[in-house]
Structures are given as structure tokens and as C-alpha cells.
Design a protein around this ligand. Structure first.
Ligand SMILES: N[C@@H](CCC(=O)N[C@@H](CS)C(=O)NCC(=O)O)C(=O)O
Length: 231
């Protein structure tokens, strides 16, 4: 039975869509119009009471799934792919997946929605500056980890759910917050991370996932704003 993915172009659902396309899973995608705040509508809140995308409905599960990392782990386990084959690398997969979710993605959310966390323009600017330094340190850590296992992926030789998560975060941090995003040159200064992003960009399944959300061109380095930006 097919999965259902709730999405808005270039929102966190793109991470799940890349995984679904890489897996070759059968799914339908239902758009949630964030410009009309449809993610806060009573109909959508039944799927995720937080009012956040993505949501994946797996008809074999008793409830809809939310939280990007949980969805990714579920898919990797169900399909026995997008994770290292060696069971001894399970812990490594988990620690980096959780790092991406509750450190990098969580900091980016604060950077993108700073006005929810601070009031004055001074405190917003100060918070963004701190976050920028934190995010750059996190990217340096990820670059070193790719090198430690000699790449090309975060887990080493095997593409995993971590790579699609990481790539989407790096895409967004060059776009948002608008006018105050991290420059592409700062990402390009990290050679292993840049190489990973370029390799992922060339994968047909990844390009197909973005094309389905109306996005083409360079996906992860010096990306362009989507035609219907939602963030
Ligand atoms: N912790 C959540 C975060 C998801 C998230 O930040 N979703 C954003 C889109 S990229 C969203 O739905 N934002 C709408 C809002 O905050 O109102 C996850 O990992 O799935």
C-alpha cells in the first residue's frame, strides 16, 4: 500500500521525498498550502498536532508519522536501505541522525524563525550571529566526520538517510533567513561536505524529488529560491 506524504515546496518534506525516491517507494504527495497557513488548519492538525511538515502516513502504522528523523528511520528500517549494512554501524547512524535533527535542524529553525524567539531587532540580530557561529561549527564537525570515514557519504561508503537530511539543511542555510543567510563560500570552504553535496545533486532520484516540488538548478550549493517559497 502506498505512503502519503504531506508537503509544501522545499519544506522539510523534501528530505523525506528524497528518501522515498531513493527507495523507489510508492507514495502520493498531498500539498499543504503554507502561504494560507493550512498547516494549522483543524484538518491538518489531526495528522500533526504541532502544525508542522512533514507528515508521512504509512497505512501499516496505527498513526501518522511526524518528525523528520523518525520518518527517515522508519523508512530505512522498513526498506532495509539508506543505512549502513554493517549492524555495528547502527549506533553511528543513530547518533548522526539525532545530531542532524536536534542540533543542526533545531538551530536552523531558530535562525529561520528568529522572531519567535526574540523581540527587538537587536536581540534578533544577536541571536542570529550566535546561531551562525554554532551552525558553522556543526558543519565543520560534519565535514570532519565525512573525512574520517573517507566519504563520499557521512556514513562512509553507503548513502544513508543522514545524507539527504544534511544536504537539505545546507541548502536552506544558504537561502534563509532571507538577506542574512550563510554565504555559499563558507560551505565551499568545507571540501568533503561540498563534494558530498555535489555527488548527491547528480543523483536522478534526488533531482526527481526536487523537480516534483518545482525546484531545479543547483540544489545544494548556491541554490536558488523556489518559485513558491514557504519559509
Ligand atoms: N522537528 C520538526 C521540524 C519540522 C519543521 O520545521 N517544519 C517546518 C517546514 S521546514 C514547518 O512546518 N513550519 C511551519 C511552521 O513553523 O509554522 C521535524 O523534524 O520534522
Amino acid at each position: 500500500m502506498a505512503y502519503t506524504l504531506f508537503y509544501s515546496p522545499d519544506s522539510a518534506n523534501i528530505i523525506v521525498r528524497m528518501a522515498l525516491e531513493e527507495i523507489g517507494a510508492d507514495y502520493e504527495a498531498l500539498v499543504v498550502d503554507r502561504r494560507a497557513n493550512a498547516q494549522r488548519s483543524p484538518a491538518f492538525l489531526k495528522f500533526n498536532p504541532q502544525g508542522l511538515l512533514p507528515v508521512l502516513v504509512d497505512p501499516a502504522q496505527d498513526e501518522p508519522l511526524f518528525e523528520t528523523a523518525a520518518i527517515l528511520l522508519h523508512l530505512a528500517d522498513q526498506h532495509s536501505t539508506l543505512k549502513p549494512l554493517d549492524p555495528r554501524a547502527r549506533g553511528r547512524l543513530l547518533k548522526w541522525l539525532f545530531f542532524l535533527s536536534n542540533t543542526l535542524h533545531a538551530d536552523l529553525r531558530i535562525a529561520f524563525y528568529t522572531e519567535r524567539y526574540a523581540d527587538s531587532s537587536e536581540s534578533i540580530a544577536a541571536l542570529r550571529m550566535r546561531l551562525r557561529a554554532r551552525v558553522m561549527a556543526q558543519l565543520a564537525l560534519l565535514d570532519a566526520e565525512i573525512a574520517r570515514h573517507d566519504g563520499p557519504w557521512l556514513m562512509g561508503a553507503e548513502l544513508s538517510v543522514c545524507d539527504v537530511y544534511l544536504a537539505a539543511c545546507v541548502r536552506w542555510l544558504q537561502l534563509y533567513p532571507r538577506g542574512d543567510a550563510i554565504p555559499t563560500s563558507a560551505v565551499q570552504a568545507l571540501p568533503r561536505l561540498s563534494a558530498l553535496l555535489q555527488t548527491l545533486d547528480a543523483r536522478p532520484a534526488v533531482r526527481k524529488a526536487f523537480a516534483a516540488e518545482g525546484i531545479s538548478g543547483s540544489l545544494f550549493l548556491d541554490p536558488e529560491y523556489p518559485a513558491n517559497p514557504a519559509v
